[in-house]
Design a protein around this ligand. Structure first.
Ligand code: ADP
Ligand code: MG
Length: 757
């Protein structure tokens, strides 16, 4: 250990140089004449503390009772980062269990546990200067406290009064009587929160930390202090102390690159070889130090970005090597086609492909005639015409003598595709087969396994390749068609990455085309679908009517019904959507939507209204849809079930009740059901939501029809998890990476890895 930073007022090179300055002049500002004396005292205290640390580090770790304390932890051969947290001084079984709840099992997990926020404990606002609704940290002394019970002792409020010399602040906790145990009059406390009242100044349920003296107090006060996500029973102070000591033990001074972790060297080497301006990027160990104990708040973002870049690079390396391995092991089936079927198909289609559709088809043809199996994502906003592209791709495989499979997320959509493809393909002499849970189109009905039956069928017709259409669920179980050339997955956002992998691993590596209308913000696209090539249909077919969107309160419903009746009288059709009755919903919900159905029937009489939700039987669903398509039913009351894919161009009005209960992307999808014909369309969002956030979200829909803009806004408002839904099992988790803001880093990571692999 060197003593280089002795001039900084410390003898410990392991204390980061920058932080050493902090440590050398901590605390309550003292008049100059006292400075040298108090500084010396502090120095002595630090030396003492350091000695204690050294002694602790030398003494054997305490006996562990936790199952997490694997024998390997004593093994000096285990790299420091991989050792369990129980190998650290002061971490016993109970603490280890608490840390595990935060996902912290190893020393590395601990070092990468990112603070939730920071408190600048060098400067405090006076309590007298605080304003309402703005979060702040105050520091003061408890001058009074007490617990009051009411409602026969069932309810309670604990309160203390904090005084910082400028004014007093009341801090209250409702129905948490045990809070009383944690505080005493005379305690010095940090509180963080928002004022809910100004007379007297009051905060409800602020975050608190009692200031304790002692050897480690410099870790917590007079600095920018990290505030970590916690779990029940784990004190903020304890965790902060543990992280400080762990950094102190393992990580060399910031601004020097070496850490005591060979495992981290690869990260730095990667940046050094890949980045042109690597010198401006902090070393990983530095960044870790800075992210916990920054000298200035601006350091946090520099450090976070470095650590985020490491995460994105790791991910891209995984993605790329998976892809490379795949390409090395999988040979493509020749499915480029010869236009034999495509030519007549396009001639009879009744419209010309858009430029975007043609461009995308060229990309697909190059893949399907290429050396490696296609792995392509087709993105296109709702109504941009992805189905025709799917049809052309299927024809390429069929022309080449291979079968194709098209999977849809719902039976309704599968049925719709079946009808379309039958209409398109049967005149070409191509057989289209339907496979859903409730319906089969072949004669071999006695067979129990659809998959078996398909394989059998496929082997019989090697020369007459067919298109099979069905739901995702039917195909996930596994399939192994020997002559399967192409798998098309429609509306991929309903479908996890893991499922996708499972699907195409089987068989002879068919080509894969994944279609999604959920515009995926580019950050997600590059991470979630990083292993796919991307094609985008960025142009709508000509001759589409505009879609106008309005937000109305429930109070305005009578006028809205009048408006809808007018449109129906003029020959159009309408959807009425309720946010309920998914498959798992309760009998209560069904009653509610059935009741709404009666209301709508009354409101729209004498026009006919149909009902569609997850619990309606398949055959009945199909009947209702058929009647709606034929305009025997003028209005359809439905749940979000119709969100994907349904295509009835004459429907031009959509009324969505309780619109705030849907996600933005979902509303955009729903709205995509209208505006499909030449007539002007109207989407009316009914919402009584008062919150500014809910209103802001709905306004985005009013303002734009651009799916990408909506998706980015949704991502900002709700975060990636919510946006994609829980079924996105393959969603990578980042500790530092931020899918809302880090597009530049994700791109950089992709470029860097592309250069090196
Ligand atoms: P999505 O991309 O949402 O799946 P669809 O494939 O359902 O969209 O297409 C929406 C509608 O647009 C369909 O009725 C389809 O026949 C029609 N369509 C597709 N391509 C064109 C085109 N090039 N010109 C005119 N209409 C088109
Ligand atoms: Mg579609």
């Amino acid at each position: 250990m060197s003593r280089k930073d002795g001039q900084n007022g410390t003898l410990f090179s392991a204390v980061p140089a920058g932080l050493a300055c902090d440590i050398a002049s901590p605390g309550i500002k003292t008049p100059d004449c006292f400075h040298s004396v108090s500084a010396r005292l502090r120095e002595l205290r630090l030396i003492l503390f350091r000695l204690i640390c050294i002694v602790r580090a030398m003494s054997p770790p305490e006996i562990k009772t936790s199952p997490l304390a694997a024998p390997a932890c004593r093994d000096e051969a285990t790299p420091a980062l991989r050792r369990p947290v129980t190998s650290l001084w002061g971490v016993g079984g109970e603490r280890a269990a608490q840390l595990a709840r935060l996902g912290i099992v190893t020393v590395e997990d601990l070092l990468l546990h990112a603070p939730r926020r920071y408190e600048d404990r060098r400067h405090f606002r006076k309590i007298s200067e605080l304003t309402k609704n703005e979060p702040f940290t105050a520091r003061g002394t408890i001058v009074a406290q007490g617990l009051k019970r009411f409602r026969g002792g069932n309810k309670s409020v604990f309160e203390f009064v904090l005084d910082d010399g400028s004014a007093r602040l009341h801090c209250r906790w409702w129905n948490l009587p045990f809070m009383e145990k944690y505080f005493e009059v005379g305690d010095e406390v940090f509180v963080f929160g928002k004022l809910v009242e100004t007379k007297p100044r009051t905060m409800d349920h602020p975050e608190t930390e009692v200031i304790e003296g002692g050897e480690e107090s410099f870790i917590h006060i007079n600095r920018i202090a990290p505030v970590y996500p916690l779990t029940e029973g784990l004190p903020q102070r304890w965790l902060r102390g543990l992280i400080w000591r762990t950094l102190d033990k393992f990580v060399a001074a910031p601004r020097q690159s070496a850490a005591n972790f060979p495992e981290w060297n690869k990260f730095d080497e990667r940046i050094a070889t890949l980045c042109r301006d690597a010198a401006t990027v902090p070393a990983r160990a530095n960044a870790v130090h800075m992210v916990h104990f920054p000298e200035e708040l601006t350091d946090v973002e520099i450090a976070r970005r470095r650590l985020a870049l490491d995460e994105f690079v790791e991910l891209q390396i995984q993605i790329r090597s998976r892809r490379k391995k795949f390409e090395a092991s999988a040979k493509a089936l020749p499915c480029g086609g010869d236009n034999r079927l495509m030519k007549p198909f396009l001639a009879w289609l009744g419209f010309k492909l858009t430029g975007a559709q043609t461009k995308v088809l060229r990309e697909i043809r190059a893949d399907m005639g290429g050396a490696h199996p296609m792995r392509r994502l087709l993105q296109g906003d709702v109504g941009s015409g992805k189905t025709v592209v799917a049809a052309c791709s299927a024809l390429m495989a069929l022309e080449s003598g291979f079968n194709a499979v098209l999977m849809a997320p719902t039976e309704i959509l599968a049925e719709q595709h079946f009808r379309n493809f039958q209409k398109w393909f049967e005149p070409l002499g191509v057989k289209v087969e339907m496979q859903t849970g409730s319906r089969k189109t072949s004669n071999a009905e006695h067979r129990t396994s659809n998959i078996e039956r398909m394989a059998d069928h496929a082997s019989r017709i090697t020369h007459h390749a067919s298109l099979f259409i069905g739901t995702h669920a039917l195909f996930t179980a596994g399939f192994d068609l020997p002559t399967l050339g192409l798998v098309i997955i429609d509306e991929q956002h309903k479908f996890g990455v893991a499922q996708r992998e499972q699907l195409v691993r089987k068989g002879n590596y068919p080509h894969l085309l994944v279609m999604t209308a959920t515009p995926i913000p580019r950050t997600l696209g590059l991470t979630l679908y990083g292993d796919l090539d991307v094609s985008v249909i960025d142009e709508m077919p000509a001759g589409r009517g505009r879609v106008k969107t309005f937000i109305r309160t429930a109070e305005k419903l009578p006028k809205v019904w009048e408006f809808i009746r007018e449109k129906i009288s003029a020959g159009r059709q309408a959807y009425v959507v309720y946010p309920r009755v998914e498959e798992q919903d309760t009998a209560n919900d069904i009653k509610a939507v059935t009741k709404e159905f009666e209301n709508v029937q009354r409101a729209l009489a004498p026009f006919k209204v149909g009902l569609l939700h997850g619990r309606v039987k398949s055959a009945e669903k199909e009947q209702v849809m058929a009647a709606f398509r034929a305009n025997q039913i003028q209005s359809l009351v439905a749940t979000a079930l119709i969100e994907v894919g349904v295509d009835v161009p004459n429907a031009t009005v959509m009324l969505i009740e309780n619109a705030e209960r849907f996600g933005l992307a979902q509303l955009h999808q729903l709205r995509g059901r209208i505006g499909r014909g030449a007539h002007e369309s109207f989407c009316i969002l009914i919402s009584d939501a008062k919150s500014e956030e809910a209103q802001a979200r709905l306004r985005i829909l009013e303002e734009t029809n651009d799916g990408f803009k909506i998706a980015e806004a949704d991502l900002k408002l709700r975060g990636p998890g919510e946006l994609l839904g829980r079924e996105q099992s393959g969603m990578p988790k980042f500790r530092f990476g931020n899918l809302v803001d880090d597009l530049d880093l994700i791109r950089l990571a992709r470029e860097l890895v592309a250069k090196s692999l």
